[in-house]
Design a protein around this ligand. Structure first.
Ligand code: ARG
Length: 588
């Protein structure tokens, strides 16, 4: 039980002995205090219940407090009454010390698993093959990896699936340009770049040329019908892309359980479209096949309706093109079917750019019409990364920056900081540290922003040692560990010797004790930034403690007690950073 749960129990017990009628016990709460100056926790009980009992809330709070005193709650915390009748609780240092002892002795750092674990598919990253991953994919890749780790940590069964875009229109284009002249030498040297060149060649050539556009489309249809030559080109493209992607995922510490791309669902598409037609969900629309509204919701909340000039019109989800090809949407419906039937998914999280919101609303609606209404389908959407000019991040040439280039730039910026500040000696160690800081600064910056907000990509700021940055957190970890290297003798620490005397110690423990709650909160609304900002708060509390309370210079039990706090803090930072997929260095 957490402290707030224990206190809530005590409040309910006291209300019982006061014989107060509880119309709705769930509404009696003990929450984290909004303002730490007034206590650690607070309860709304007196305010909720005074009126029905015909009492003044402050008087009633005093009565409640008296009753709790009788039950020895005073040993656990000091109680006061505030404002219109809040009951505030300030935990006694000994109670905090108990919590810290338990947390330090617990392999999970007192993280409580969920009561009912579920099978959750996390659909993230999913770049398009033959186009290099660009910086927009970074948000999905990083947020998806973090949410997967958090869900696993809390006990869910997580399946990470990379739904590669390996079957779309771009293959018609790449195949067309491949046949017009692939450069095999370049393909051997830098496959992703050569594939990108082919894609751009086709894209430029077809821009104002309907004939070439038609030829590209024809190449795609041939591929989808199993033409051996096109299939061979496609297979090579996918293999080469996969290699390039693996390299980037390695660098980012990201991994998948499955790589089931769009092409893996090809066989399922024709029968699916037949079913959609037979069951009356889909019909012909301008030569193509589309899914239409079930007409069961108001147009305003119907994803298959759109308002044009004040009139509600049909807005079908296309599942078969007039040339016989299938759509992105068709594959996504087949994917829901597969994940439900083969994997028994209970939830599917799609970590995808907000611009695809309409697509997912339609997908979720049709999925439930097809009988998957019990699966929780979530679009975990996110905003845009901006350049310093406040516009979507672009390269000087006006293209979307390639993820790899962005990481290289970040490492370069980190190298400068490392060269100026690091205490490491060898050039190799410094280089490894710069790689770690560069890549992980990009990741941390992503995770510390609310996923829906656009943020400005500012390399210097993100690799700085000061500020809400990855290096600041990594340094906090290193600082907490380095104390152990400075000890002149081997020490054995014992939980029983932890004692909190200074307010900085109490505050640090108070922050550490929130770990489990914070991790759970991440999943309430799929927000890694809650964990990222929490870890920053822990780091700040640690530095205040470290500055106010000498550790090596302390003696005897006090020294041991503070060493335990350093150890606990470092373990928690390492564990929390691992949930963000950020590894820690031992020295900096
Ligand atoms: N490949 C798509 C893109 O880059 C993202 C796919 C997301 N996942 C999905 N099941 N639709 O836009």
């Amino acid at each position: 039980m957490t402290i707030s749960e224990i206190l809530r129990e005590k409040v309910l017990r006291a209300l019982e002995s006061l014989e107060v009628a509880l119309p709705d016990p769930l509404r009696i709460q003990v929450t984290k205090a909004a303002d730490l100056r007034f206590g650690d926790f607070q309860s709304n009980a007196a305010m909720m219940l005074a009126k029905p009992a015909g009492k003044n809330p402050r008087d009633f709070a005093a009565e409640l407090m008296g009753e709790m005193e009788k039950a020895d709650v005073g040993e656990l915390c000091e109680m006061t009454i505030a404002g219109p009748g809040f009951l505030n609780f300030t935990l006694r240092p000994e109670a905090w010390a108990d919590l810290a002892r338990a947390q330090w002795s617990s392999p999970s750092l007192s993280v409580v698993p969920v009561d009912a674990p579920q099978t959750i598919v996390v659909d993230f990253s999913a770049p398009n093959v033959a186009k290099p991953m660009h910086v927009g994919h970074i948000r999905s890749t990083i947020i998806g990896e973090c949410l997967s780790r958090v869900a696993s940590k809390l006990g869910h069964r997580v399946i990470k699936d990379n739904h590669l875009g390996d079957w779309g229109t771009q293959f018609g284009m790449v195949t067309w340009a491949w046949k017009a002249g692939v450069d095999e030498t370049q393909l051997g040297k830098d496959p992703l770049q050569e594939l990108l060149r082919l894609y751009r060649t086709a894209s430029d050539a077809s821009k104002d040329n309907e004939e070439i556009r038609e030829e590209c489309r024809a190449e795609l249809v041939k591929l989808q019908q199993g033409d051996p030559e096109n299939l061979a080109i496609w297979t090579r493209c996918v293999e080469l892309s996969r290699k390039g992607l693996d390299k980037i995922y390695d660098r980012l510490d990201v991994s998948f359980d499955h790589w089931l791309g769009e092409s893996d669902y090809n066989e399922a598409l024709a029968p699916l479209v037949d079913r959609l037609i037979t069951e009356g969900h889909a019909r012909e629309s301008d030569g193509a096949i589309g899914i239409f509204s079930s007409e069961s919701a108001k147009p305003k909340s119907d994803p298959f309706k759109v308002n044009r000039d004040g009139e509600w019109e049909d807005f079908p989800m296309l599942v078969k093109k007039n040339d016989g090809g299938f759509n992105y949407a068709t594959t996504d419906i087949a994917t829901v079917q597969f994940r439900a039937e083969e994997w028994k998914a209970e939830q599917i999280w799609y970590v995808v750019d907000f611009r695809q919101g309409g697509h997912f609303q339609q997908l979720f609606d049709i999925s439930s019409r097809l009988g998957y209404e019990q699966i929780k389908l979530v679009h975990v959407s996110f905003g845009t990364i901006l350049g310093k000019d406040g516009k979507p991040l672009k390269t000087r040439a006006g293209d979307l920056p390639q993820l790899e280039d962005v990481l290289d730039d970040a490492v370069k910026a980190a190298q400068e900081v490392v060269d100026a500040k690091s205490r490491l000696e060898s050039a190799e160690e410094k280089q490894a540290l710069a790689e770690l800081i560069g890549v992980n600064s990009v990741k941390f910056t992503e995770l510390s922003h609310h996923r829906m907000s656009d943020y400005v990509f500012d390399l210097e700021k993100m690799v700085a040692l000061e500020g809400d940055t990855a290096p600041y957190l990594l340094y906090s970890y290193v600082r907490a560990r380095s104390i152990f290297r400075k000890l002149d003798e081997e020490v054995t620490l014992e939980a029983g010797n932890l004692k909190l005397t200074e307010k900085e110690e109490v505050h640090l423990v108070r922050m550490l004790s929130r770990y489990s709650d914070q991790i759970h909160q991440v999943l309430d609304d799929y927000r890694p930034n809650l964990l990222a900002t929490y870890l920053l708060e822990v780091a700040r509390a640690f530095h205040s403690f470290f500055e106010a309370c000498p550790v090596l210079k302390a003696e005897g039990l006090q020294r041991e007690s503070r060493l335990i706090l350093c150890d606990l803090t470092s373990k928690l930072l390492k564990d929390g950073l691992e949930l963000l997929a950020i590894p820690v260095p031992e020295r900096m």
